[in-house]
Design a protein around this ligand. Sequence first.
Ligand code: CMX
Length: 134
Amino acid sequence: MKINKIEHIGIAVKNLEESIKYYEDVLGLKCYNIEEVKDQKVKTAFFLVGETKIELLESTDPEGAVGKFIEKKGEGVHHVAFAVEEIDSALKEAEEKGVALIDKTPRKGAEGLNIAFLHPKFTKGVLTELCEHS
Ligand code: CMX
């Protein structure tokens, strides 16, 4: 597959508002978008750092992926998202090479991207997202 850059780093937080304050007041970044992704049971906040984004993720449901993650591991880095040129062929390649796909076909994520996750048990412990600009 052809990865162009790290599109974003997803960070699980307990409280979006408090966390935004840290990124803005201490790190001097500016939150440029807040968006709820209902099917993922999260509210997200975005910051741009060079070409890469930081995506803060607050759970809206304890049974969602981020809710369960925070319950087990607490706040912290939740996933790394890579921008790929052709997401369908990237997924096919990953599967052929033995990686379990969470999403067999891409779906719409925050900011209108086509996204798909690879299972962390097959990616050396890091939940990995592939994304493609539509
Ligand atoms: N990074 C690394 N490992 C993770 C993980 C993460 N983010 N989330 C879960 N795991 C591990 C758990 O620690 C657990 O490991 P052990 O079996 O060793 O304890 C294992 O995966 C299973 O975890 P679980 O708590 O039982 O949860 P599920 O199996 O129900 O779900 C996963 C795990 C990865 C399949 C699920 O979180 C998922 O589908 N994630 C993709 C979607 C997502 O994360 N959406 C939120 C962000 C959306 C967005 O950015 O818009």
